[in-house]
Design a protein around this ligand. Structure first.
Ligand SMILES: Nc1ncnc2c1ncn2[C@@H]1O[C@H](COP(=O)(O)OP(=O)(O)OP(=O)(O)O)[C@@H](O)[C@H]1O
Ligand SMILES: [Mg+2]
Length: 269
């Protein structure tokens, strides 16, 4: 899927320390990653290992202590226009006093020089893409959790980013809604040619969705495992998850996480 040999999104020697009252925390201790255009990379790792920190550094929301991030060779030193970050907590990222339509239009009104008509047309296009046509005048609190997260995805994609960064975007929804959102994000990734970096706690989700899974090690984190996922596309929630290769990827990543946590593969009990 890569259309160039030059790395698209590149992280070199990323180190991040946080100074807090109790002392200094080393969150990331030298992370190197080259991400190809059009890939779907999941980042997994134990709680507190630095996944969100890494994603926020890619988004230009926080600065690394040392090291740098480049997109197509340009240094990231603030939020790049072609990169959008989707937060885990849709309840906090959507404006409760704005309708679905106003929430989706918000990003366009603030980022793009578009006429009112063009904003309205693009808003409608992305509401339809996430299958929320008919809910334009609803407020977030009148929608289910999965629908709210779809609004957040529509708002992000309406800006037509090249890179979509998602931090555990489905962790607050039930299992069936999660499957629906996984399919939505996969189909949008394929249709729109996005580059996605997706943080998840869930190894199965990471393997199913991705073309590559990166596991961060225990803090202070570096890349512990970097696994290309060579499963065929299109994928299927039942058939793909039954493939021996899928089970092999899953087993390798779980073994890594269990080892990090000091757990035996058959469980600690
Ligand atoms: N703003 C901050 N100030 C101080 N320490 C921070 C800050 N942000 C993160 N940290 C610390 O950096 C480390 C990594 O945090 P981070 O949120 O990136 O982990 P994570 O892998 O996303 O965890 P989780 O899976 O629980 O979301 C943690 O020790 C955390 O306490
Ligand atoms: Mg996190």
């Amino acid at each position: 899927m890569a259309n160039s040999t030059r790395p698209f999104l590149s992280l070199r020697g990323i180190r991040k320390t946080f100074a807090a009252a109790g002392g200094t925390t080393i969150a990331l201790n030298g992370v190197d990653l080259e991400i190809e255009r059009g890939s779907f990379v999941s980042v997994i790792g134990s709680s507190g290992c630095g996944k969100s920190t890494l994603l926020q550094i890619m988004a230009g929301l926080i600065e690394p202590t040392t090291g740098n991030v480049t997109i197509e060779g340009c240094k990231v030193d603030g939020p790049p226009r072609n990169v959008i970050y989707v937060f885990q907590q849709y309840t906090r990222s959507l404006f409760p006093w704005k309708t679905v339509e106003r929430n989706v239009a918000f990003g366009l009104e603030n980022r793009e020089q578009l006429s009112k008509e063009a904003i309205a047309a693009r808003t409608q296009e992305y509401i339809s893409l996430v299958k929320l046509t008919g809910f334009e005048r609803h407020y977030p609190w009148q929608l289910s959790g999965g629908m709210q997260q779809r609004v957040a995805i529509a708002r992000a994609l309406a800006c037509r980013p090249d890179v979509l960064l998602m931090d555990e975007p489905f962790s607050a929804v039930d299992a069936l809604t999660r499957v629906g959102l996984q399919e939505l994000v996969r189909s949008l990734w394929r249709e729109l040619g996005l580059t996605v970096v997706f943080v998840t706690h869930d190894v199965d989700e990471g393997v199913y969705l991705s073309t590559r899974v990166v596991a961060l090690g225990r803090p202070p984190a570096t890349v512990a495992v970097d696994l290309p996922i060579e499963l065929p596309h299109p994928r299927d929630q039942i058939a793909t998850r039954a493939l021996p290769e899928y089970l092999d990827y899953r087993g390798r990543l779980l073994a890594q996480l269990f080892a990090e946590e000091g757990l035996a593969a058959r469980g600690a009990a």
